[in-house]
Write a protein of this length. Structure first.
Length: 161
């Protein structure tokens, strides 16, 4: 998706995302709830061998992939890794050829590159809002439940194969 010419005001979307991992690394899941007016969409998925940080990134990536046009987004997440990575660290990583300050390759680089594209080239206006995880925020709790559902779905699929 590329940025579309804005002939209409951006639609307001609220997104809650979360990732979960049983062991780190281990089986993991991601979940997100997208709300537009009275409409709501819940999504989840997972991987058998992954990390919590990868699942936090996947939750944001997959939720942004659901959007079919540029939107004004209020995105709630409990991952400082993702929030700081996309709002602060990514500029330096890109300038250094996707290397950290210690000249090491950026972990999860393919996910960061995908997120970078979705954030900076799709015309979205995103407000990144950090919320404390497991503190009773209804949207965050719902995203956490979906992330755990993602873990269960990959574990069930693995048992069935």
């Amino acid at each position: 998706m590329t940025a579309l010419a804005q002939t209409q005001p951006l639609k307001d979307v609220v997104i809650y995302t979360d990732g979960a991992c049983k062991g780190n690394p281990g089986p993991g899941g991601w979940g997100a709830v997208l709300s537009f007016g009275a409409q709501e969409k819940a999504i989840f998925g997972g991987e058998l061998l992954t990390t919590n940080n990868r699942m936090e990134l996947m939750a944001v990536i997959e939720s942004l992939k659901c959007l079919k046009q540029s939107c004004r987004i209020k995105l709630f997440l409990d991952s400082q890794y993702v929030r700081q990575g996309i709002t602060e660290w990514i500029h330096s990583w890109k300038a250094k050829g996707w290397k950290t300050a210690s000249k090491q390759p950026v972990k999860n680089v393919e996910l960061w590159q995908t997120l970078d594209h979705l954030v900076h080239e799709c015309g979205h206006q995103i407000e990144w809002v950090w919320v404390k995880g497991h503190s009773g925020d209804p949207g965050n709790e719902r995203a956490d439940q979906l992330a755990n559902q993602g873990v269960e779905s990959v574990l069930s699929a693995a048992k069935g194969s």
